[in-house]
Design a protein around this ligand. Structure first.
Ligand SMILES: [Zn+2]
Length: 124
């Protein structure tokens, strides 16, 4: 049988552990250099000074305008696409590739990526 002060201390410690765990999970979910599962590329591994131009969460209503500007400047970029958006506008996805840009995968629905596991077909 525990005493009332011991139960209070245990409750305070439990609350502290839960808060610390919640805070750590929140910070991990915001990280751009860490994820729990799968690999992550955050460096190019080259010594040249270069810029990688990327666009997040394409295609959007702005994708056509962006593609025209990139074409005028003869610049290539990577468009991280969302499957749901590609289903709505597959032609935009085809245009991105046809104009020499690369596609990156930001999942089907773009939920927080920190707990995403690699697909079972990864590497096949
Ligand atoms: Zn994104």
């Amino acid at each position: 049988m525990t005493t009332k002060p011991a139960r209070s201390l245990l409750a305070i410690l439990t609350a502290g552990v839960l808060l610390a765990g919640g805070y750590a999970t929140l910070q991990a979910s915001k990280s751009r250099t860490f994820q729990f599962f799968g690999g992550m590329v955050n460096r190019a591994g080259i010594d040249d000074k270069v810029v990688a131009l990327t666009f997040d969460d394409a295609p959007t209503s702005q994708t056509g305008s962006v593609l025209r500007i990139l074409d005028d400047l003869d610049v290539r970029a990577t468009f991280f696409v969302i499957g749901e958006a590609l289903e709505r506008d597959a032609q935009a996805g085809r245009r991105i590739v046809e104009e020499g840009h690369e596609l990156g995968n930001h999942s089907y629905s773009h939920q927080r990526m920190v707990f995403k596991t690699p697909p079972s077909s990864a590497g096949k």
